[in-house]
Design a protein around this ligand. Structure first.
Ligand code: NDP
Length: 384
C-alpha cells in the first residue's frame, strides 16, 4: 500500500536520512511536500527526484530561484513562513518534522491540528511549545512518533507497558566532542571543534548543542512532555559510545534498553514503519568489536546546560521557550564567531533570570515569547 509523506526540513541531515529510506522503498511512498529554508538547488533536485507535489522554501526571497530551478517540471512551488504552515496542513499519512529550531514550530502545530502520524525530530518545537503542542496533537488526533534517537529508544522500551510501572527513565548522552576538555580549554573551543561530533553526523546547531550538553537538556524537557512520569524520574548518564540510546527502569527492577548503531536511519525507520518494522542498510552492532560500554555522571560544572534545562522545566510555563530561544540565539552567535563557547550557557542563564513572561496558552503566545527572548539574549551577547 502506498502512503503519502511530507518532509519538513528535507535538505537537512534528518531530511537526508529520511529520504534515503524513502528512496530504498519508492513503491511504498508518495511524496507530497518537501521543504527547506534557502537551499534551493538541493530542494529542487530532491523535488524532481521524488516527484513531489509541492516544494516550499521558508525564505520567501528564494522563491523566484526555486521556481526557475523547477521550470518545466510541473511541481508547485511556494515560499515564506505562511506557505510552510499551509504545506504542513495538507493531508498526508506521515509528516517528518525536521526543521531545525523554533522555526519549525508553526508547521508542526499545523500538522498536529490536521492529524495523521508525525515523526518528530524538531525537539525545539516541543521544548518551546510543550503543553500547547501536546494539546494540538490531542485535538487533531495526531500520532506523535518520537524520532530523536533517545526518545525513540524510550518509546520502544515502553511498548506494551504502563507508565505507572516506570521507576525511572535514563537518557544517554555521548558527551559530545569536548567531553574531556578542561574548563580552560572549553573557553577557547572553536565552532569547527564543537561540531566535530565523534559518533553522529548532524546539522551544525544540534552538534553545538551536543558539545554544550544543551542537546541533552532539551531532550530532558522533550521526554518530560512525551513520557509524563515526572521530572524526578528522568535521569541523564554519559555513555560515550552512543550504543545504548536510552533505558527504562521498571518497579520490579528490570531495566530495558534499546541499542543500535549511531545512525539516525534506525529511529527514523522505526517511525516510518511503526507499528511494523522495516529493513535499513545500517550495519549490525558488533559488540565484541566494541569491547566496552562505559558510563559517567554528567559534569554540570563544566557543562551547566542540563542544570539550566532542568531548572526551566521545574519553573514550567514560558521558561522552556525562553531557554530554547536564548540558546538558539547564542548558538548562532557562537557559530558566527561572535561568542565564546562557554558563554552560550551564560547568555541562556542571564536571559532566564531577566525575562519571565506568563505561561503561553496558544501558538502566538509561544512565538511572541520566543521573539522577545531572542531580543533579550542578543542584547546580552556583548556583555555576557
Ligand atoms: P540541519 O541543519 O541539517 O537541517 C535543518 C533543516 O531545516 C534544513 O532543511 C533547513 O533548510 C531547514 N530550515 C532551517 N531553518 C529554517 C527556517 N527558518 N525555515 C524553514 N526551514 C528551515 O538540521 P538537522 O537535520 O540536524 O536537525 C533537524 C532537527 O532534528 C533539529 O531540531 C534537531 O535537533 C533534530 N535532530 C537531529 C538529529 C540529527 O542526527 N541530525 C538527531 C535528533 C534530532 P536549508 O537546508 O535550506 O537551510
Amino acid at each position: 500500500m502506498t502512503r503519502s509523506i511530507t518532509v519538513l526540513g528535507a535538505t537537512g541531515s534528518i531530511g537526508h536520512s529520511t529520504l534515503d529510506l524513502v528512496r530504498r522503498n519508492r513503491d511504498q511512498w508518495r511524496v507530497e511536500v518537501l521543504t527547506a529554508n534557502g537551499n534551493v538547488d538541493k530542494l529542487a533536485a530532491l523535488a524532481r527526484e521524488f516527484c513531489a507535489a509541492l516544494v516550499v522554501c521558508g525564505d520567501e526571497g528564494c522563491l523566484p530561484a526555486l521556481r526557475e530551478a523547477l521550470a518545466g517540471s510541473g511541481i508547485e512551488a511556494a515560499g515564506g513562513p505562511q506557505a510552510l504552515v499551509e504545506a504542513a496542513a495538507r493531508p498526508v499519512d506521515m509528516t517528518v518534522a525536521a526543521i531545525v529550531g523554533c522555526a519549525g514550530l508553526a508547521p508542526v502545530m499545523a500538522a498536529a491540528e490536521r492529524g495523521g502520524a508525525i515523526a518528530l525530530a524538531n525537539k525545539e518545537a516541543l521544548v518551546a511549545a510543550g503543553d500547547v503542542l501536546m494539546a494540538a496533537v490531542s485535538r487533531g488526533g495526531a500520532t506523535l512518533l518520537p524520532t530523536d534517537s533517545e526518545h525513540n529508544a524510550i518509546f520502544q522500551c515502553l511498548a506494551g507497558n504502563s507508565l505507572d510501572h516506570v521507576r525511572s527513565i535514563t537518557l544517554t548522552a555521548s558527551g559530545g566532542p569536548l567531553r574531556t576538555w578542561s574548563a580552560q580549554q572549553l573557553a577557547s573551543a572553536t565552532p569547527a571543534q564543537a561540531i566535530a561530533h565523534p559518533n553522529w553526523d548532524m546539522g551544525a546547531k544540534i552538534s553545538v548543542d551536543s558539545a554544550t550538553m544543551f542537546n541533552k537538556g532539551l531532550e530532558l524537557i522533550e521526554a518530560w512532555h512525551l513520557f509524563p512520569v515526572g521530572l524526578d524520574k528522568l535521569k541523564i548518564v554519559v555513555h560515550p559510545q552512543s550504543v545504548i540510546h536510552s533505558m527504562v527502569e521498571y518497579r520490579d527492577g528490570s531495566t530495558l534498553a534499546q541499542l543500535g548503531p549511531s545512525d539516525m536511519r534506525v529511529p527514523i525507520a522505526s517511525c516510518l514503519a511503526w507499528p511494523e518494522r522495516m529493513e535499513t542498510p545500517c550495519a549490525p552492532l558488533d559488540l565484541p568489536a566494541l569491547g566496552q560500554l562505559t558510563f559517567e555522571a554528567p559534569d554540570e560544572v563544566r557543562f551547566p546546560a542540563t542544570r539550566l534545562c532542568r531548572e526551566a522545566a521545574e519553573a514550567g510555563g514560558a521558561m522552556p521557550a525562553v531557554l530554547n530561544a536564548a540558546n538558539e540565539a547564542a548558538v548562532a552567535a557562537f557559530l558566527a564567531g561572535h561568542l565564546p563557547f562557554t558563554r552560550i550557557a551564560v547568555v541562556v542563564e542571564e536571559t532566564m533570570a531577566r525575562y519571565a513572561p506568563p505561561a503561553p496558552h496558544a501558538l502566538n503566545d509561544v512565538l511572541a515569547i520566543d521573539h522577545e527572548a531572542r531580543v533579550q539574549a542578543i542584547g546580552l551577547l556583548e556583555t555576557a
